[in-house]
Design a protein around this ligand. Structure first.
Ligand code: G3P
Length: 218
């Protein structure tokens, strides 16, 4: 399973790259706003900066909601850098745009997916990635990881090549559940990735090793 970082924060992207475990980045308009990146030009410069930091796919989301606007914007985003994946909402117009880009070999990430039916349409249209939102389903007492597992099952049964990119990952245990569900990618906050490292027996074991070494070596 690949690890993407779900952020537009350059410091966090650098930190994850230095850990040596980062396979890509996903952004969305809320994450760009969180970094206070204003205006089309600044957004585009920021996407290129992210691409220059990370080796791997970088999802950049369109703002337009109509087909023509999504095609225009997505074409411009894809031209920014070969690592850019055009992120499109799972609406009727968005699915049309996924198909348009698939026919032109432009990679897409179909986002805001909350049902297996939406994931089916994204795959039939030729999306490179589909993004089911795990945490937001959990927020309303639905089973986010269950949806990831269901989509993986359907894609495997019918041979769809669209990769399941589990999004809206909120904590470390979600990442482990994504492994069990067979997700191709989990896009996560840095804190959730770092949480994988934590184990009290690692800490106490290391402290014991260092104490024993110091006892004999002074
Ligand atoms: O990748 C989508 C993600 O950013 C949404 O996460 O935590 O806002 O539901 P969240």
């Amino acid at each position: 399973m690949k690890f993407f970082l779900d952020t537009a924060n350059l410091a966090q992207i650098r930190e994850a790259c230095e850990m040596g475990v980062l396979d890509g980045v996903t952004t969305n308009p809320s994450l760009m706003a969180k970094e206070n990146i204003r205006g089309e030009e600044a957004c585009r410069r920021h996407y290129v900066e992210i691409c220059n930091l990370v080796k791997g796919d970088v999802s950049a989301e369109v703002i337009a909601t109509d087909f023509d606007g999504m095609v225009r914007e997505g074409t411009e985003l894809a031209a920014l850098h070969p690592q850019i994946v055009v992120k499109l909402p799972c609406t009727a117009e968005g699915i049309r745009a996924v198909k348009y880009f698939a026919q032109r070999s432009v990679r897409t990430n179909c986002t805001l997916v909350f049902s297996v039916g939406q994931a089916l349409l994204a795959a039939k249209a030729g999306a490179t990635y589909v993004s089911p939102f795990v945490g937001r389903l959990d927020d309303i007492s639905e089973d986010g990881i269950g949806l990831v597992a269901h989509i993986v099952r359907v894609y495997r049964t019918y041979g769809f090549r669209t990769q399941v990119l589990a999004a809206s990952i909120r904590h470390t245990h979600h990442i482990i559940q994504c492994l069990d569900a067979g997700a191709d990618v989990a896009t996560c906050p840095l804190s959730a990735i770092k949480g994988l490292l934590k184990h009290p027996l690692t800490d106490s074991g290391l402290a014991q090793f260092l104490a024993d070494h110091a006892r004999v070596n002074g």
